[in-house]
Write a protein that binds this ligand. Structure first.
Ligand code: 5AD
Ligand code: SF4
Ligand code: FES
Length: 364
């Protein structure tokens, strides 16, 4: 056996057993040659099975507003894109969409939007409490940065989780691609969410311009420092309508490695097989589910709106209705020998933290 392969196998065996990897070892695994990456995926798959079981959790994604006041360089909803047809769903329509998701067998929904000033924290809180009274769904919010007061309002209204990716752990890169956001404020938001007892999701894009292996290593370590409950990782897909139109974009293989590393290092967190991975490669989500992922977030946004919510081009499911996607995803999950979970899919970490013992009572 080649020396490098032997070293890789030993390291995989070690990390499957105890999850301890130092920075150099994380870098070594990221740098492994493509033809050996399957070993890392297999190790992550083993850890996923042991820590999370064979059940895959579904979160129905409701994209409720495509307006955004920010100008992130990579995003198809950025403020400066002129002539983009935008929409807002009103609360009754959103509640209807959530009720429909529950009828389709979802136990959890993600309410996502651009940073739309029309949707104040008060309004989102109202949306959350209406969905909570109409359904038994767990609710994740993904609507960007708010003040502590704002996050508290939404949490008090019943929101269970919040997704806010840090996008990259490289400050300089963060600054270069976020002309109107601040890295420290982003991280501060993640601390506030934790403080408020949200189940916290963060994550990053793979393949941003200027990114190196070191960036990816730092991304994984930051997930660990933040002690996230969920990690969303997807390839950056250049959008022709943005200033990064000509960038190269992320590769599926590198993204799969990042998913696998998140599983190996963070152990029992929820990791989605992201839509962006499915958009880059027809089998992207399946491959992610076999490299550490245990969650899928099918779209439940009404079909006629989907076309107007494109962060990146070639997004999948644009012409499929929610019922179709629901069936499609069951097919994908069962074909992999896995099961669709019937549970809410709360964080497994939640229950082992004494500071959150009250939480436990309210979720049971
Ligand atoms: N390619 C891939 N992912 C993107 N996102 C935004 N724009 C793109 C793009 N062009 C991701 C960001 C954001 C999430 C909602 O979508 O990571 O946090
Ligand atoms: Fe707005 Fe989010 Fe897109 Fe940035 S990534 S422009 S905040 S929708
Ligand atoms: Fe939408 Fe497969 S998940 S068509």
């Amino acid at each position: 056996m080649e020396n490098q392969e032997k070293k890789l196998l030993d390291l995989c065996e070690k990390v499957v057993a105890n999850g301890q990897l130092n920075k150099d070892e994380i870098r070594f695994l990221f740098d492994c040659p493509d033809e050996l990456s399957q070993l890392v995926f297999d190790a992550a798959d083993k850890v996923r099975e042991r820590e999370m079981g064979n059940q895959v959790h579904l979160r129905g994604l409701i994209e409720f507003s495509s307006y955004c006041s920010r100008n992130c360089m990579y995003c198809g909803l950025r403020r400066d894109i002129e002539g983009l047809q935008r929409y807002r769903m009103e609360i009754p329509e959103i509640v209807k969409c959530a009720v429909n998701a529950e009828k389709l067998g979802y136990r959890s929904v993600v309410l996502q939007s651009g940073e739309d000033p029309y949707y104040t924290a008060e309004k989102i809180a109202e949306m959350v409490s209406e969905i909570k009274s109409a359904t038994d769904l767990a609710i994740t919010l993904s609507a960007g940065e708010f003040s502590y007061r704002g996050y508290k309002l939404m949490r008090d209204a019943g929101a269970d989780r919040y997704l806010l990716r840090f996008e990259t752990a490289d400050r300089e890169l963060y600054k270069a691609i976020h002309p109107d956001s601040d890295y420290d404020e982003r991280i501060e938001c993640l601390h506030m969410l934790r403080e408020l007892n949200y189940q916290v999701g963060s994550g990053f894009m793979v393949g941003l311009p200027g990114e190196t292996t070191e960036t990816l290593v730092q991304n994984i370590l930051l997930l660990k420092t933040l002690d996230v409950d969920m990690a969303g990782i997807g390839p950056f897909i250049p959008n022709p309508q943005t200033p990064l139109a000509d960038a190269k974009g992320g590769l599926l293989l590198t993204t799969l490695k990042a998913v696998a590393m998140a599983r190996l290092v963070l152990r029992n967190i929820h990791i989605p097989a992201t839509t962006a991975m499915g958009s880059l490669d027809r089998l992207g989500r399946q491959k992610a589910l076999k490299a550490g992922a245990n969650v899928v977030m099918p779209n439940v946004t009404p079909m006629q709106l989907r076309e107007m919510y494109q962060l990146y081009p070639n997004k999948i499911c644009l012409t499929d209705d929610p019922a179709h996607c629901r069936n499609c995803i069951t097919g994908i999950i069962t074909s992999l020998g896995r099961e669709v979970s019937q549970e809410h899919g709360h964080s497994l970490k939640l229950y082992s933290k004494s500071t959150r013992s009250k939480e436990k009572e309210s979720h049971e």
